[in-house]
Design a protein around this ligand. Structure first.
Ligand code: PMP
Length: 394
């Protein structure tokens, strides 16, 4: 195991203490971070550090231009090939960020008079913005209630049959830690013939026996047309991607403006992401450990935790901020999430787990939550999720 964020980087030296989170901006003390999206603890893995450092020495830092103009290298090609293999798709295209990937695919597929987008109300802000762009380009935008397949079907049925339909959903929702209804979505896809796009930002390398994502875990990867992902969470690097069929990649190469008009990913970042995919294959115990921690935390909280994102809904903004501050005093950073990120009245502590945590870390967090009186005050995760009208989930 390696550390999650922490100590000054000493190149090439594997770190032995996995959990010293020193020098956090909120505190001069070492903190245990339950706030990151570094689900496998790869961001500080020595293989990623070494790959990035070697690539920097070999190729330099700046990619110098957009991918289409000359920023695309054999390394980028190699990463795309590996991601397509992970997702089981023909092709893959890298983006500067996951945000750019969502913006590109949703606006490209959803634009035009004959296009209709159906978006879960809790989708990420980048999907929301892609959908807004598409609707400015004459696409119709329909928002369905969170995971409400009946509502989605009503909207689909009311849509003229000649419209090109795109249904888009986060696969693992970032603030609630719950999954898209994959069985519902794929059975509606069979019936209504839409393109299904899922944003696997939080599930890539986290879910599925190979780390392929939630679609793999639910056994429906082959029924998803577009797999969107980020390299900035469990992959431990930076950047985004879309894995899809060749024809959709061609569409993105021509109409995906955030791809066409943005600088390519830097080679060291790409090399680190390739190393992360190799580590994923070589060290499957990381994912197993992460899921053991999920079970441990769920049991300790007395809730059915279904992913490494475990929200404790405390209600008011003030209560969430106070709870986070009390935990900080005890050496744990668990961020308070407030409106507009979540609906008013559902402010929460968002606990995120990482394979870099130990079982002792999780036990210690549970003790701190009890000592701070947070466990008794918090409702069960998801219980108070409520309805969000405006889509603005970060
Ligand atoms: N999708 C989801 C669900 C996310 O949570 C995020 C990051 N907050 C993104 C996309 C954007 O990814 P990136 O940070 O790589 O731009």
């Amino acid at each position: 195991m390696v550390d999650l964020i922490s100590r000054p980087f000493e190149a090439g030296r594997p770190l032995e203490d996995p959990q010293t989170h020193a020098a956090h901006p909120f505190s001069s003390r070492a903190l245990k971070l339950f706030s990151t999206n570094d689900y496998l603890g790869l961001s500080t893995h020595v293989a990623l550090r070494r790959a990035a450092a070697d690539a920097a020495m070999l190729y330099g830092l700046g990619p110098r231009s957009s991918a289409l103009v000359g920023g695309y290298t054999l390394l980028h090609q190699e990463l795309e090939r590996r991601l397509a293999a992970l997702k089981g798709t023909e092709e893959c295209l890298l983006f500067p960020t996951g945000f750019a990937a969502n913006l590109a695919i949703v606006s490209a597929l959803g634009s035009g008079e004959d296009a209709a987008i159906f978006s879960d109300e809790l989708n990420h802000a980048s999907i929301v913005d892609g959908a807004r762009l598409a609707s400015r380009n004459k696409g119709r935008l329909h928002i369905y209630r969170h995971n409400d397949m009946r509502h989605l079907e009503e909207l689909l049925s009311a849509c003229p049959s000649h419209h090109r339909k795109l249904v888009v959903a986060d696969s693992l929702f970032s603030m609630d830690g719950d999954f898209a209804d994959f069985q519902g979505l794929t059975s509606l896809r069979r019936k209504h013939g839409f393109l299904l796009a899922v944003d696997e930002a939080h599930a890539t390398l986290v879910c599925g026996s190979r780390g392929g994502g939630a679609a793999e875990a639910f056994g429906v990867a082959g029924e998803v047309d577009v797999h969107i992902g980020t390299l900035s969470k469990a992959v431990g690097a930076h950047g985004g991607f879309v894995a899809c069929r060749a024809e959709l990649k061609t569409l993105l190469l021509n109409k995906g403006r955030p791809y066409v008009f943005s600088t390519a990913l830097p080679a060291p970042v790409v090399a680190a992401a390739i190393a992360a995919l190799q580590v994923n294959e070589q060290e499957p115990d990381r994912r197993e450990h992460l899921w053991r921690l999920v079970r441990q935390l769920g049991e300790g909280l007395g809730v059915d935790a279904c992913s490494p994102i475990v929200p404790l809904i405390v209600g008011s903004e003030a209560a969430a901020v106070a709870a986070s501050a009390a935990l900080l005093e005890k050496g744990f950073y668990v961020p308070a999430i407030r409106p507009p990120t979540v609906a008013p009245g559902t402010s929460r502590l968002r606990i995120s787990l990482s394979a870099a945590h130990t079982t002792e870390d999780v036990d210690a967090l549970l003790v701190a939550l009890k000592e701070c009186g947070i466990l008794s005050a918090a409702g069960s995760p998801l219980a108070a999720a409520g309805s969000i009208v405006e889509q603005d989930v970060v």
